[in-house]
Design a protein around this ligand. Structure first.
Ligand SMILES: *[C@@H]1O[C@H](CO)[C@@H](O)[C@H](O)[C@H]1NC(C)=O
Ligand SMILES: *[C@@H]1O[C@H](CO)[C@@H](O)[C@H](O)[C@H]1NC(C)=O
Ligand SMILES: *[C@@H]1O[C@H](CO)[C@@H](O)[C@H](O)[C@H]1NC(C)=O
Ligand SMILES: *[C@@H]1O[C@H](CO)[C@@H](O)[C@H](O)[C@H]1NC(C)=O
Ligand SMILES: *[C@@H]1O[C@H](CO)[C@@H](O)[C@H](O)[C@H]1NC(C)=O
Ligand SMILES: *[C@@H]1O[C@H](CO)[C@@H](O)[C@H](O)[C@H]1NC(C)=O
Ligand SMILES: *[C@@H]1O[C@H](CO)[C@@H](O)[C@H](O)[C@H]1NC(C)=O
Ligand SMILES: *[C@@H]1O[C@H](CO)[C@@H](O)[C@H](O)[C@H]1NC(C)=O
Ligand SMILES: *[C@@H]1O[C@H](CO)[C@@H](O)[C@H](O)[C@H]1NC(C)=O
Ligand SMILES: *[C@@H]1O[C@H](CO)[C@@H](O)[C@H](O)[C@H]1NC(C)=O
Length: 751
C-alpha cells in the first residue's frame, strides 16, 4: 500500500531530485508566508462540540474566522461523523511500555481509522489566523496577546494532553522554586530548562483558568531565578547565575537563552495580570542577564569569539537565537533600552544561516539523534513565535530546503525500544521534546509526523496544544516504509524494522558516516549498530560520557561502541566510509497486526577501511533475514594487526565457543558465528576501557550491567559472519543463511 496524493490547497513547486526514496512520502508544502494557516486561531467545525468549552478560555478575546461557520451542510455532516469516530476511538496507543516508555498500540484492525495520513482541509475548513499582515516585520506585533505560539483546541489527544499539563503544573506547584545546581556544561542547563518547563505549565493552566495563583507561583520562579528571593541559590558572591558576563562561553549562553525564553513566555502569557512594577522587573532582569549580553554576543567584534553565533550548525545556535527571540518578541514595545528591537534584527538571519543548516541533505541532525531534541525544539519555538507574534517565519522553516526531512530522521531513529542513540545520547530533556514534529507536520504537509508524535509520552506539552492540527486523520504507519537509508556522506545510516506498531518488533540501525562534522557530539564508531527484538534492546549504546572529562569536546576523540576495534586503537577521525543499501520497500498496511512477507528484507553495507590504521580492507554489512526475524552481521577484514569484534549488551551472556546465548528477563537471543574462521570464538568482558588504551585517561562513567561480547582474532584475512536469532516462540524456525560476499549482497542473495 502506498500513499495517495494528499489533499492540499497548497501545492508546492518541484519534486526534490535529491530525495530519491520518495515512495512513501509527500512532497512538502511550502508554508505560506503571512497566512500561517497552521496556527489555528479558530474553531474548526469538526471539533466544535469539544472545542466550545475550551476555546473561550484560551483564545480569550481572539475572534475566529467566520468562514468555518459557512461550510456546507454536507461537509459539516461528514466532518462531524469523523469527529465522532475519532472520539469513540480516543487515543490510539493504549499504554506505554514501562521500561522504555514506548507507545503500545492495541492489536487490532480498524480500516476506518487506521488509514493513510491525511489533512482533512476540504472536509472541515481550517480557519486561518485573522492576523495576516501583508508585509510582516519583526518589529510589528499582532495587536493582541498572547503573541508567542498562540492557541486553540479539541479532540481526544488534546483533552488528554490538557489533563496531563494540569497534573504537571500541580506537581511543579508543590515543589520549591528551582534550585540552582552547577553540574558541568550540560548540568547547568537543566535548571534553566526546569524553570522554562514550569513557566510553560503554569502559564498554560493560568490561561485556561484565569486563576491568579499561577501568576503568583510563576513570579516566585522568576524572582528566584533572578536571585531576588530570600534563600535563592541563583546568586553567588554578588554575581548572577545566568553568568551574563560569560554569555559567549559554552553553557552560559544557552542557560541565559533558555531563561530568556522562560521570562518571555511568563511576560507574554500573563501580560494583563502583572503589575507595572512586576513587568518592569521582569524586563530589567531579562535585559540585564539575557538580551543585553545576547546583543553583545551577536554584535561586538571585540568580545565576539565565534562561538554559537558563528558557523554553529547545531542545537546551540537554535537554542540561543530562539531564547533571545522569544524574550525580545515578548517585550518589544515596552522595552525602552532598544535591546529587543536590535536583537530581532539579528537573530532571525543568524538562525537562518546556522541553526537551519544543522539538518543535512538527508534530514539527519548534525549532532546525532539525541541532540535533535534540543535543536529542533529551539528551531520550532522560534519559527512558531515569529509567526504568531509577527505573521511570518521569515524563511526559517524553508531556507534549508531539506529541513523537512528531519521528521523522518527522528521517526526512523526511534526503534522498538528507543532511540538508535549513537553519539552523545542522554542529557535530560525537560522542555526539549519531539513536539516540533507536530509543528513540522503542518509546516511541511507531512501529516504522519504529527500522527506519529501524538502517541509518544512527551507529547503532553503546552506547545502540542497549539501546534496539533485536529483535522489530521489516519495512522502514521499506514503505508510508511519499514526501512529508510540516510545517505549523506556525513551521516550514512540505515533504519530497518519488522513493524511500526509491535512493541516486540525487530529493529536494527547501523551507521557509517564521517566522524567529523557533528559538533563533537559523535563517537569514533563507524560500523556501530543497535538491535531491538522481543521488546528489549540486545545491542545498545553507552550514551554520553561525563561532559566534565578533560577535552571531552576539544576534538572528536571519544571511543568505541558496537564495532570493530583494530590494534586496540581508536578509529581514524578523518575516516571517509562509503555506504550501499537495499530495501524491499515493504510498507505496513492499516492494521497494527503485521507480518512482513518472507522475502521482505533490507541491508546496509559500508566500506570502512578508511576508519582503521593497519588494515588493507574492512567492510561491514548488516541485513534482515527470514521475513525480518533474524539479523546477519558480516565483516570482511584484512588487518595487519590483531582486532576485536565488539558488541555491548545488557543481557546475561553465556558464551560457548562459536555460539552465545543472551538472556534478558525471560527473553533469549541466540548469537552464532557462521562458517567460523579458525580461532574465532565468543568471549566477554566488562564495559571498561582497555588498560592499553592510548586515549587520554578520562574518568569513564561506569556502565553497570553492561557486558561486551567479543571475538578476538590475530592479523589476517577473515569473513566473519555473526547471526542473531531472537527466540520468538511464535512457531517460526530460524534459518541459516548461505555465505555470500558483501559485494554480492542483493535483496535476493540470501533467499
Ligand atoms: C479569562 O479572562 C479572559 C479575559 O478577561 C476572558 O475572556 C476569559 O473568558 C476568561 N476565561 C476563563 C476560563 O474564565
Ligand atoms: C483541562 O484539564 C483540567 C484539569 O483536569 C480540566 O478542569 C479542564 O476542564 C480541561 N479542559 C478541557 C478543555 O478539557
Ligand atoms: C507530566 O504528566 C505526565 C502524565 O501525567 C507524566 O507522565 C509526566 O511524567 C509528567 N511530567 C513531569 C515532568 O512531571
Ligand atoms: C531583581 O532585583 C533587581 C535588583 O533590585 C531588580 O533590578 C530586578 O528588576 C529584579 N528582578 C526580578 C525579576 O525580580
Ligand atoms: C564590546 O566589548 C568590550 C569588551 O567587553 C566592551 O569594553 C565594549 O564596551 C563593548 N562595545 C560595545 C559597543 O558595547
Ligand atoms: C550533505 O548535506 C550537506 C548539508 O548539510 C550538503 O552540503 C552536502 O552537499 C550533502 N552531501 C551529499 C553527498 O549529499
Ligand atoms: C541497557 O538498557 C537501557 C534501558 O534500560 C538502555 O537505555 C541501554 O541502551 C541498554 N544498554 C545496552 C548496552 O544495551
Ligand atoms: C585531543 O585534544 C587534546 C587536548 O586538546 C590533545 O591532547 C589530544 O592529542 C587530541 N587528540 C587528537 C586525536 O587530536
Ligand atoms: C524501492 O524504492 C526505490 C525508490 O523508489 C527504488 O529505487 C527501488 O527500486 C525499490 N526497490 C524495490 C525492491 O522495489
Ligand atoms: C600497526 O601494527 C604494528 C604491528 O602490530 C604496530 O606496531 C603499530 O603500532 C600499528 N600502527 C597503528 C597506527 O596502529
Amino acid at each position: 500500500m502506498s500513499y495517495g496524493p494528499l489533499q492540499t490547497t497548497r501545492p508546492y513547486g518541484s519534486e526534490d531530485p535529491a530525495f530519491t526514496q520518495s515512495t512513501g512520502f509527500i512532497t512538502p508544502a511550502r508554508p505560506q508566508k503571512g497566512t500561517s494557516k497552521w496556527i489555528k486561531i479558530g474553531i474548526p467545525v469538526a471539533v466544535l462540540v469539544i472545542a466550545a468549552a475550551v476555546v473561550g478560555g484560551v483564545v480569550g478575546s481572539r475572534k475566529h474566522s467566520s468562514s468555518a461557520a459557512t461550510s456546507s451542510a454536507a461537509q459539516s455532516a461528514a466532518a462531524s461523523s469523523q469527529a465522532s469516530a475519532k472520539l469513540a476511538e480516543g487515543v490510539f496507543a493504549t499504554a506505554t511500555n514501562s521500561l522504555y516508555q514506548i507507545p503500545v498500540y492495541p492489536s487490532t484492525t480498524n480500516t476506518a481509522l487506521y488509514t493513510t495520513p491525511t489533512v482533512n482541509t476540504a472536509a472541515a475548513g481550517w480557519p486561518s489566523d485573522p492576523f495576516t499582515p501583508a508585509s510582516p516585520s519583526v518589529q510589528t506585533m499582532r495587536p493582541d496577546r498572547p503573541r508567542l505560539i498562540a492557541p486553540s483546541y479539541n479532540d481526544p489527544y488534546l483533552a488528554y494532553w490538557n489533563t496531563s499539563i494540569f497534573n504537571n503544573a500541580s506537581q511543579y506547584d508543590a515543589l520549591p522554586a528551582v534550585v540552582y545546581f552547577m553540574d558541568g556544561d550540560s548540568g547547568i542547563l537543566d535548571v534553566a530548562r526546569q524553570v522554562k518547563q514550569r513557566v510553560k505549565a503554569f502559564g498554560y493552566v493560568f490561561r485556561m483558568t484565569n486563576n491568579t495563583h499561577w501568576v503568583d507561583r510563576t513570579w516566585e520562579e522568576l524572582q528566584n531565578a533572578a536571585g531576588n528571593s530570600s534563600g535563592s541559590t541563583w546568586v553567588a558572591g554578588g554575581s548572577d547565575r545566568w553568568n551574563s558576563a560569560h554569555f559567549l562561553d559554552t553553557g552560559q549562553s544557552a542557560l541565559a537563552s533558555e531563561l530568556s525564553a522562560a521570562y518571555g513566555i511568563a511576560y507574554d502569557w500573563m501580560y494583563d495580570y502583572w503589575t507595572d512594577d512586576q513587568k518592569s522587573m521582569i524586563r530589567s532582569t531579562l535585559i540585564e542577564y539575557g538580551l543585553g549580553p545576547g546583543v553583545q554576543a551577536l554584535t561586538n567584534s571585540s568580545v565576539f569569539t565565534g562561538w554559537w553565533a558563528n558557523n554553529i550548525e547545531g542545537n546551540w545556535n537554535c537554542v540561543c537565537n530562539n531564547g533571545l527571540t522569544m524574550g525580545s518578541l515578548a517585550i518589544l514595545g515596552d522595552d525602552t533600552t532598544g535591546s529587543a528591537a536590535q536583537l530581532l534584527g539579528l537573530t532571525v538571519d543568524n538562525a537562518k544561516k546556522n541553526c537551519a543548516f544543522a539538518v543535512s541533505s538527508d534530514g539527519t541532525w548534525s549532532e546525532t539523534d539525541d541532540y535533535w531534541y534540543f535543536g529542533s525544539t529551539g528551531h520550532a519555538e522560534m519559527a512558531a513565535s515569529l509567526i504568531s507574534a509577527t505573521g511570518s517565519d521569515y524563511g526559517l522553516l524553508t531556507t534549508n530546503p531539506d529541513f523537512w526531512k528531519t521528521g523522518l530522521f527522528h521517526i526512523y531513529g526511534q526503534g522498538a525500544t528507543g532511540l538508535f542513540g549513537y553519539g552523545d545520547s542522554g542529557p535530560n530533556k525537560y522542555t526539549a521534546t519531539s513536539n516540533s514534529l507536530i509543528l513540522y507536520a503542518n509546516a511541511y504537509n507531512q501529516p504522519q509526523y504529527a500522527l506519529f508524535q501524538r502517541d509518544q509520552t512527551d507529547a503532553a506539552d503546552p506547545w502540542s496544544m497549539f501546534w496539533y492540527n485536529p483535522q489530521l486523520s489516519g495512522a502514521f504507519w499506514d503505508g510508511l516504509p519499514l526501512d529508510y537509508a540516510f545517505d549523506n556522506s556525513t551521516d550514512q545510516w540505515m533504519s530497518m524494522r519488522s513493524s511500526w506498531t509491535d512493541a516486540n518488533a525487530l529493529y536494527v540501525a547501523i551507521k557509517a558516516g564521517t566522524l567529523q562534522g557533528h559538533q563533537t557530539h559523535n563517537d569514533l564508531d563507524v560500523g556501530d549498530f543497535v538491535i531491538d527484538a522481543l521488546g528489549t534492546r540486545w545491542a545498545g549504546e553507552l550514551g554520553d560520557g561525563d561532559y566534565r572529562s578533560p577535552d571531552y569536546f576539544s576534538n572528536d576523540t571519544q571511543g568505541r561502541q558496537n564495532t570493530l576495534l583494530v590494534g586496540a586503537t581508536n578509529q581514524d577521525v578523518t575516516a571517509k566510509p562509503t555506504m550501499q543499501f537495499g530495501t524491499s520497500n515493504t510498507t505496513q498496511g492499516s492494521s497494527t497486526v503485521f507480518t512482513p512477507p518472507s522475502d521482505s528484507t533490507a541491508f546496509f553495507v559500508t566500506d570502512m577501511s578508511s576508519a582503521y590504521f593497519n588494515v588493507t580492507s574492512v567492510k561491514r554489512g548488516m541485513r534482515l533475514l527470514n521475513g525480518r526475524k533474524q539479523v546477519l552481521l558480516q565483516d570482511e577484514i584484512t588487518a595487519g594487526t590483531n582486532f576485536m569484534w565488539r558488541m555491548h549488551t545488557n543481557a546475561t551472556v553465556t558464551p560457548s565457543g562459536t555460539t552465545a546465548t543472551l538472556t534478558i528477563d525471560d527473553k533469549k537471543m541466540d548469537v552464532s558465528i557462521l562458517n567460523a574462521p579458525s580461532g574465532a570464538a565468543f568471549t566477554t568482558s566488562q564495559a571498561v576501557r582497555l588498560s592499553t588504551d592510548v586515549t587520554p585517561p578520562a574518568p569513564d562513567q561506569p556502565n553497570p550491567g553492561v557486558t561486551v561480547l567479543i571475538i578476538s582474532l590475530p592479523a589476517g584475512t577473515y569473513n566473519l559472519q555473526v547471526l542473531f536469532s531472537p527466540e520468538w516462540n511464535d512457531g517460526s524456525t530460524a534459518v541459516t543463511p548461505p555465505s555470500v560476499d558483501l559485494d554480492s549482497w542483493s535483496l535476493t542473495s540470501h533467499n
